[in-house]
Structures are given as structure tokens and as C-alpha cells.
Design a protein around this ligand. Structure first.
Ligand SMILES: N[C@@H](CCC(=O)N[C@@H](CS)C(=O)NCC(=O)O)C(=O)O
Length: 193
């Protein structure tokens, strides 16, 4: 498997997941400062010229959360996704989709409005509504589901970005969760270079 990757991007999500799985993969680094992600050979891989993209045999996948979900299912023995058809699987889908459709836009809005105090205050209010839901979910528990899963990689990566922006103040369960995630050896390996 080949992962098209650039540091400090959403490509961290599948890389972290691959490290959690402990399976072999090849990293293809793109230097975004040189526009390598917009060159024709990469546009043939990812039609938007964005990262990540995963090539597995004849299959090419884009979208970080979809890649994480695919990889977790590809190696069921690693137990990073609940079995299809179970209630836990339903919650797993819920948090994956929540991350992409609800959490990420709220975090992104705070990032985009960081230089406009009025708009930032409104954006933080929107983020707060999402953070409150996750805070309640994670109070008194280690992970989103009974066991660590790919949903923690996707939701967690967004919360780590939120933490860097100072958005987790006042959310003790989210701060503790973010701390637990960064202590994982696979997370450290994914970020080592
Ligand atoms: N929804 C996509 C977003 C991918 C995305 O926008 N990646 C950014 C890096 S975080 C990128 O490559 N941007 C460059 C561009 O779109 O030109 C995903 O989660 O994979």
C-alpha cells in the first residue's frame, strides 16, 4: 500500500491508523510548498490534488476518513472497527461521519476566522456546541466506543488540531482524551518525520 502524504495535514489520519495497525506501507511524500500535489502525475491519483490518497493494488482511495475506515476493515484481526451489523458499528459510523460533517467544519471555521474577533466569537460558539456533545460522550470513558477504534483516530486528530488552537479550554474530558491519544506509540511514530 502506498500513502500519499504531507506532514501537518489530514494525511496524518491514515498514517496514524496504519501505525496503529502495524502493517507495512510505503509513504510517498509530497512537498506542498513546491506544488507537487498539483502536478499532473499526482492529479491522476487525487483529482483535487489534495492529501491523503491511498493506493492499494488496483484501488485508489481519497478522503481521509474513508481511507481510515477501509484500512480498519481490511485488517479485522487488529480490532480497530466493530463488526458490521452490531450496535457498536452503528456508533462507529456515527462518530466517523460526525467528525467529517459536524466537527471538522466547526474547527475549520474557528481557524478561518482567527483574525476577526467578532466572527471568531461566533465560530467558537458553534464549536462549543459540538465540543459539549463530545465532552459529555467522553466523560468517564477512555475512547468513543468501548475499545479504541478508527473513529478515535479521525475524531481525535481534529480535537488535537482544536487543542493547538486553544479551543479545548473548559473541556476537561476532551483535554484528557487528547492527552491519552498523543501518548499512543503509534501516534508518535506517525508524527516522527
Ligand atoms: N476531505 C478531504 C480533505 C483533503 C484536504 O483538503 N487536504 C488538504 C491538506 S489538509 C490539502 O491537500 N489541500 C491542498 C489543496 O486542496 O490544494 C480529506 O479529509 O481527505
Amino acid at each position: 500500500m502506498k500513502l500519499y502524504y504531507a506532514p501537518q495535514t489530514r494525511a496524518l489520519r491514515p498514517r496514524w491508523l496504519l501505525e496503529e495497525l502495524g502493517v507495512p506501507y510505503e509513504i510517498i511524500r509530497l512537498d506542498m510548498s513546491k506544488g507537487e500535489h498539483k502536478k499532473p502525475d499526482y492529479l491522476a491519483v487525487h483529482p483535487h490534488g489534495a492529501v491523503p490518497a491511498l493506493v492499494d493494488g488496483d484501488t485508489t482511495l481519497i478522503e481521509s476518513a474513508a481511507i481510515c475506515a477501509y484500512l480498519a476493515d481490511k485488517f479485522p484481526e487488529k480490532r480497530l472497527a466493530p463488526a458490521p451489523g452490531t450496535p457498536a458499528r452503528g456508533l462507529y459510523y456515527q462518530w466517523l461521519f460526525y467528525a467529517m460533517a459536524t466537527l471538522e467544519p466547526a474547527v475549520l471555521e474557528c481557524f478561518l476566522q482567527k483574525d476577526d474577533s467578532v466572527k471568531l466569537a461566533k465560530a467558537k460558539q458553534g464549536f462549543g456546541e459540538v465540543a459539549a456533545v463530545l465532552e459529555k460522550t467522553l466523560a468517564g470513558r477512555q475512547f468513543l466506543l468501548e475499545e479504541f477504534s478508527a473513529a478515535d483516530v479521525v475524531v481525535g486528530s481534529m480535537l488535537l488540531w482544536s487543542r493547538m488552537m486553544g479551543l479545548l479550554e473548559g473541556y476537561p474530558s476532551l483535554q484528557a482524551y487528547a492527552g491519552r491519544l498523543t501518548e499512543r506509540p503509534a501516534f508518535a511514530r506517525a508524527r516522527k518525520d
